[in-house]
Ligand binder design. Structure first.
Ligand code: FAD
Length: 451
């Protein structure tokens, strides 16, 4: 006699992918349990009271060209508020500090940004089908964004500035980040690097990302268990069994796994995930950087600052000016180079741009050292688009991967997490309602290479 499982679906992880999937499946009448290792929902988005105000320690900016997150804002009646428009610009190129207007800095990067995104619509004419051009993509995907910049005939100053932009975009080393990933990203912005930049760093959700994910969770009917870290998932013809760190087990007909790629192998799967999935997880993706908040003494006119990828901080911009102080947000491509919780170290890093700056306080979460993320925002390495993405999206029996790391469109963003959660919920629903056990549900992308 077969006993019915504890849940129809268990979702591992309460980030945007997990909550989007839970909401869809809950609204379709399935019994959904969400297991979250942390003591909060949101995953790599985290609206927290720091420096005397609510700050986003993880994902922040959204845009109307990101269709999935925008639909959610519409659905829950949430608005956006812009970050200040930069007036001044500071940049480090050729080992020298420069100061001018934000417009001059944009002009400095224009040629290199245009050259490195020129082929976006050629290779990704329909960006939600990133493998549409099939084998033509394979050679392109071997190239890193740095190699592409080296071929672009830029002056030394242009190179340093544009390399700093891409180190910021990848939040990691430019000799690892895939050129195809850069193109794919720009194609989502219609091939315009300026719109791509606007989409990534301009509009914040009123009330924070927390407000959106709380609205989605409230709409799901799912049971949420916090502090529930899953260590193993085993599946057979009848069901899947999940084991938690405290030894408890739970059975389900389907399991949606939303772990970031860099920590995917922290769960033992039985049978194991395919070789391609495991290889991609062991290799990890590009991002290994940091996001740092700092409160500065004095009221600064809004500025944007840029430095090459080798600097501890590659980009900084003003977010709030209040009570004789300025709150800035900054990014660096290697979390190992700067302890973002060390006030003096952050002050020293910011002095590369602002020699007299005085940092009053700092806030930062180390996502790379965090055992439940191991990375910041997911950006594929050279080779991973054609070598791994289709296979990462392919369900294995009752186990389905969802998350920004595995998205077709805005992979690396809140939008991609929601997109992936929606697709996987459709596959899970098909699995739950099919009259056969554990079929491989509809793959989103054709594979270019074997698993
Ligand atoms: C610093 C930073 C800045 C960013 N900036 C932006 C931005 O401005 N705009 C934007 O759109 N995106 C941004 N992103 C990216 C965006 O935040 C992520 O792409 C998105 O939130 C990922 O959602 P997810 O559900 O795929 O993964 P996650 O949010 O990582 O969710 C996975 C969940 O699984 C949980 N988990 C892990 N292991 C286990 C386990 N064993 N058992 C149970 N639970 C487990 C984790 O705790 C987590 O809650 C940023 C990210 C970072 C880190």
């Amino acid at each position: 006699m077969t006993t019915s499982p504890d849940a129809d679906v268990v979702v591992i992880g309460a980030g945007f992918a997990g909550i989007a999937a839970a909401r869809e499946l809950g609204r379709q009448g399935h019994r959904v349990v969400v297991l979250e290792a942390r003591d909060r929902i949101g995953g790599r988005t985290w609206t927290e009271a720091r420096l005397g105000r609510d700050l986003e320690l993880g994902g922040t900016w959204v845009h109307w060209i990101q269709p999935h997150v925008w639909a959610e804002l519409t659905r829950y009646g949430l608005g956006v508020v812009p970050s200040p428009t930069p007036v001044n610009g500071y940049w480090i190129t050729d080992g020298q500090r420069h100061q001018g207007t934000a417009q001059e800095l944009l002009e400095l990067i224009d040629r290199g940004m245009a050259a490195s995104t020129l082929e976006a619509l050629t290779y990704f004419p329909r960006p939600y089908e990133p493998l549409l051009l099939g084998e033509q993509l394979q050679e392109l995907d071997r190239t890193s964004i740095r190699q592409k910049l080296e071929q672009a005939g830029l002056s030394a100053s242009e190179f340093d500035a544009v390399e700093g932009m891409w180190a910021t975009n990848f939040n990691g080393p430019t000799d690892v980040g895939g050129y195809a990933q850069a193109l794919r990203w720009c194609a989502l912005a219609g091939g315009s690097w300026q719109l791509m930049f606007e989409a990534c760093a301009t509009y914040k959700i009123v009330g924070g990302t927390r407000r959106l994910i709380e609205a989605m969770l409230a709409d799901s009917g799912a049971e949420l268990r916090l502090g529930a870290e899953v260590t193993a998932v085993a599946q057979d013809a009848d069901s899947a069994t999940l084991t938690l760190t405290d030894g408890t087990t739970l059975t389900a007909a389907a399991v949606v796994v939303t772990l970031p790629l860099n920590v995917l192998d922290s769960i033992t799967f039985d049978p194991p995930l395919s070789d391609t999935k495991r290889r991609a997880a062991q290799q990890g993706q590009t991002s290994r950087g940091t996001k740092v908040w700092a409160r500065l003494r004095g009221e600064y006119e809004p500025f944007v600052a840029l430095a090459p990828g080798s600097a501890p901080l590659t980009l900084c911009q003003v977010e709030y000016v209040e009570d004789g102080t300025t709150v800035v947000v900054a990014f660096g491509a290697d979390s190992g180079r700067l302890d973002g919780t060390d006030r003096a170290a952050v002050e020293q890093a910011l002095r590369a741009w602002l020699p007299d700056v005085e940092v009053l306080d700092v806030a930062c979460h180390d996502w790379v050292a965090d055992p439940f993320s191991g990375e910041t925002w997911p950006m594929l390495r050279a080779g991973q688009l054609t070598g791994a993405l289709a296979e990462l999206q392919r369900p294995e029996g009752r186990v389905l991967l969802a998350g920004a790391d595995y998205a077709s469109g805005w992979a690396g963003f809140i939008d991609g997490a929601i997109e992936s959660g929606l697709r996987v919920s459709r596959n899970a629903h098909a699995l739950l309602t099919a009259d056969v056990h554990a079929p491989d549900a509809e793959p989103a992308l054709p594979a270019l290479t074997g698993a």
